[in-house]
Ligand binder design. Structure first.
Ligand code: ADP
Length: 425
């Protein structure tokens, strides 16, 4: 602002001087015109010097000048300097980013509009088989696994997928997409071959042990029952021991059965048919009512006639577990309500009890394998801790969702929600 003031003062002081000189010489107009032309010529000269300097990138020091033009040069010079510093910083960051992504063991690919590859790191070339020249190509044309193409199209990237590497079928990849920015997505692929192998070994081990334990347990239980039949009751200690042994054998049998069921859910294909759920529920309630000696406790409401596309054995196992738990974790005289109904297109199986309930901190954990809630401490309620893990797996295989509402000391409500596309006739 100071420079402007000076420029204006000079112009204002020059005007009276020119006017006086004009009056004295009698050439006021020509003098004014000449002064204006000189002023214009000087400005044009400055503009041309400025254009010349900036046209060459504004490199080096700016030309020596005075007044407002010195200020203009100085501001542009400063702007250029800070821009240079910013560029240097950016270049450094970019180099660091390149080094970091180059050292990254996981494949990273940036996808733009239309699933086009914008950029890929070195690992992506190695594990996904992409070539440096694939930039600009659509990724579904290069990685053609139907599951991958489906995942890419789904736009729901909350869960990743597991794929064999397109380069080497022995390598297993966990692929995940993260959306960011305007329509950009980052695809990450991690080599999980070792993890998968360990997982397979664990599954095989559990399956083999459970399978091998089945026969000895059946034999043991058979002998124990024979011994109990033969027992004449002369020794209360023997009778008690035999009863305890039978109880423990039965418990182990349940454990083995549940483990085998989980293995089946993890490894085997579903045998999908149209399951008549209302009939299945009637059957389950009748059976449970008799087995648990709790006839009259189960109240079944079939508000929907919907059938489900699914595996009957798996659905039976899930529903039986939930009904069994409701009976087990509530008092022998309380009612357990079982409902089958529709709610906005989804079909719901619901079991409600007025039992011991679950503490809020236990609710998210009860579907974990072998997890038994703390509220059970001190209560002698038998269980394996595997029932709800089975329920969760079955629902996952039927696109279903488990919802748990529970209050300690008041009761619980477990509901399984199945999407409309699972309904069948
Ligand atoms: P368990 O064989 O112990 O019943 P589950 O996996 O079926 O195993 O259940 C896990 C835990 O969840 C149970 O140990 C219990 O603490 C809790 N639970 C399940 N169902 C109910 C219920 N209806 N009422 C109260 N607690 C329950």
């Amino acid at each position: 602002m100071g420079v402007w003031k000076r420029e204006i003062t000079i112009a204002l002081l020059s005007l009276p001087a020119i006017a006086i000189a004009g009056f004295l010489s009698g050439h006021l107009l020509p003098l004014l015109l000449a002064a204006t032309l000189i002023f214009l010529f000087r400005q044009i000269q400055q503009i041309s010097r400025f254009e010349y300097w900036i046209g060459r990138g504004g490199k080096g020091d700016y030309p020596n000048t005075k007044g407002i033009w010195e200020d203009i040069y100085y501001h542009v010079y400063r702007l250029k300097k800070s821009e240079k510093r910013r560029k240097k910083k950016l270049r450094k960051l970019l180099e660091q980013f390149r080094e970091f992504t180059g050292a990254l063991p996981d494949a990273a690919v940036i996808l733009g509009q239309d699933d086009v590859i914008e950029w890929a790191n070195k690992a992506a070339l190695k594990v996904l088989g992409l070539q440096p020249g694939d930039k600009g190509q659509r990724i579904p044309n290069l990685i053609r696994y139907p599951e991958f193409v489906r995942y890419l199209k789904s736009r729901d990237y909350r869960d990743g997928i597991i794929l064999p590497s397109p380069v080497n079928g022995q390598i297993t990849l966990a692929v995940r997409i993260v959306s960011y920015g305007a329509g950009l997505r980052l695809l990450l692929a991690q080599d999980v071959t070792q993890l998968k192998q360990m997982e397979r070994m664990r599954k095989d081990f559990v399956a083999n042990v459970s399978h091998e334990l089945r026969t000895p347990l059946t034999v043991l239980k058979g002998y124990l029952e024979t011994l109990q039949d033969m027992d004449d009751g002369s020794s209360p200690l023997l009778a008690g021991s035999l009863e305890q042994m039978r109880g423990q054998t039965e418990r182990m049998q349940h454990l083995v059965d549940d483990l085998l069921m989980l293995t089946r859910l993890e490894t085997q294909q579903r045998r999908t048919v149209c399951v008549d759920v209302p009939a299945l529920l009637k059957q389950i309630c009748n059976e449970r009512g008799m087995v648990e000696n709790s006839a009259g406790r189960l109240e079944l409401v079939l508000a929907s006639a919907a059938n489900l596309d699914g595996d009957e054995q798996e659905l039976r196992s899930a529903f039986t577990n939930l009904v069994g738990n409701a009976l087990k974790y509530s008092s022998a005289d309380s009612v357990v309500k079982v409902r089958w109904f529709e709610e906005g297109g989804t079909v719901v199986f619901e079991v409600e009890d007025r039992g011991i309930g679950i503490a809020p901190e236990d609710i998210p954990r009860v579907t974990e394998r072998f997890y038994r809630a703390d509220s059970l401490h001190g209560r002698k309620i038998p269980g394996t801790g595997l029932g709800l893990a089975i329920v969760k797996h079955v629902l996952m295989r039927h696109d279903g969702r488990l919802n748990i509402i529970s209050e300690l000391g008041k009761g619980s409500c477990f509901s399984c929600h199945f999407p409309p596309h699972r309904k069948c006739d």
